[in-house]
Design a protein around this ligand. Structure first.
Ligand code: MTE
Ligand code: CO
Length: 430
């Protein structure tokens, strides 16, 4: 392939040669410069010359029996923040939400959180035990589960610790790190109520205690009302078997509630009269409040949103003119009905366009098709859900929760977009 620079006579630093160099490199031009194109055809080899990909055959259909993303996308990956946890066995990594679009998170880059590592459990070895306050204690094999009526639903799963590092102030530079403990997948499975009805829940059965087959077991209690409502025993995500790290072969899906309850490698469900944590007098995830007291069993994930681009990992590279501002919004209390975007740190708001109507407890993509004048912005988004709940500012949250919390930080995120298009995680007072 010929060198595009030599073809356009580089070295003559005229306005046109700069523009041509821009075109040859495939760089979009600011609106005012478009007129220059009319001066004459620009010899862009990507248009005028036959390229290798048109000259030779590509890979045959058997080259990759299971496909992976093309190598040019190799930076769209989960990332870990090494200093967050002592080792990678009990750790977390982050979904590259800054680089994705639409709403479904591909399984291969969906964040993982485990307390004792991702285990390998084969379908033939899989057993799910249902015991406790039931008429008929049952054990299901994987094949047994395949014989119950199925349902298919899209839900987000957010770790309660998502944005947890931001309580004391802006800390991590990128939406992947500030908001990437979340994924949104299409699940297929059996309703938990179907299995509970099969076993026959006794009248005193007010709670279920659920645990996984991994060493940590991640045992948690869930109220019967939720268990009977929309909880799923899922075995497929985004059309295929769950990935090992997401709980293969079977995980619990607890729509709208913190990721902690979404037990992976689901092994046992015990129907109890009181939450097992209360029996053991231990509390798992609690939220520290400003007055020094704590609250616990705050399961629902409140409405939240974030601008994914532009953002620190996705600077603006094209100068002033048309700019697509985009992001994600979600709520554990129902559907997102509106998302507002501010470019001045929350003083003025304009309504963003939802890519599709919000679905209950699933991610919603929003866009704001914007004409950027090249000046700096304090970019924010604010989610509103079907209950009328409005995503709060970080200051409003801190008034109640203080700064010693880890969990449930759904405050409004600010990106400082600079004139050169770069972006930084900052806070504005509100
Ligand atoms: N289930 C088991 N068995 N073991 C675990 O360590 N971690 C929990 C939950 N279920 C965990 C588990 C936590 S804290 C979260 S946020 C979610 O799984 C994360 O699910 P993911 O790994 O699919 O993202
Ligand atoms: Co978690």
């Amino acid at each position: 392939m010929s060198d595009p620079v030599s073809k356009i006579g580089a070295g003559v630093a005229t306005r046109r040669s700069v523009l041509r160099a821009g075109l040859a490199a495939g760089v979009a031009l600011p609106a005012g410069a478009l007129a220059a194109r009319a001066e004459g055809p620009v010899p862009d080899p990507l248009i005028t010359e036959v390229q290798d990909w048109a000259r030779y055959n590509g890979d045959g259909v058997d080259a990759f029996p299971y496909g992976t993303p093309i190598r040019f996308e190799s930076d769209v990956i989960r990332r870990n923040v090494p200093w967050l946890t002592a080792d990678v066995i009990s750790s977390i990594n982050f979904t590259p939400i800054h680089a994705l679009d639409g709403t479904i998170t591909p399984a291969g880059c969906s964040f993982e959180r485990h307390h004792s590592g991702a285990i390998e459990l084969a379908k033939p070895d899989y057993r799910l035990m249902l015991n406790g306050l039931v008429d008929r204690p049952l054990v299901f094999t994987y094949d047994d589960l395949m014989r119950f009526p199925r349902e298919q639903r899209v839900y987000f799963c957010e770790c309660a610790a998502n944005s947890g590092m931001e309580w004391a102030g802006a800390q991590l530079n990128g939406s992947q790190y500030t908001h990437g403990m979340i994924h949104n997948m299409e699940y297929v499975g059996v309703k938990l109520s179907t299995l509970l009805e099969e076993a026959g829940v006794q009248p005193e059965g007010e709670w279920i205690y659920v645990e996984g087959a991994d060493a940590s077991s991640n045992g948690r209690s869930i109220p019967m009302e939720k268990a009977m409502d929309d909880v799923m025993v899922a075995f497929k995500a985004n059309g295929e078997a769950l990935r090992k790290e997401h709980g293969y072969p079977v995980r619990l899906v607890v729509p709208g509630w913190e990721g902690n309850l979404w037990i992976k490698w689901l092994r046992r469900i015990e129907v109890t009269d009181v939450p097992v944590q209360a029996r053991e007098e231990t509390s798992k995830y609690t939220d520290t409040l400003a007055d020094g007291t704590s609250r616990k069993w705050t399961w629902v994930m409140d409405a939240k949103s974030v601008v994914t681009a532009p953002s620190p990992q996705v600077p603006i590279t094209h100068g002033p003119g048309p700019l697509v501002i985009t992001g994600l919004a979600w709520s554990g209390r129902g559907a997102i009905t509106r998302v507002d975007v501010s470019i001045d740190g929350g003083r003025n708001w304009r309504e963003a366009r939802l890519a599709a109507p919000g679905q209950s407890m699933a991610m919603t993509r929003f866009y704001l098709d914007f004409d950027w004048d090249g000046s700096e912005m304090l970019l924010q988004s604010r989610a509103i859900d079907e209950t009328g709940y409005v995503q709060p500012t970080k200051d409003a949250l801190r008034e109640i929760r203080g700064t010693n919390s880890i969990y449930h930080n759904n405050g409004i995120q600010t990106w400082w977009i600079k004139e050169d298009g770069s972006a930084e995680n900052v806070e504005v007072s509100s």
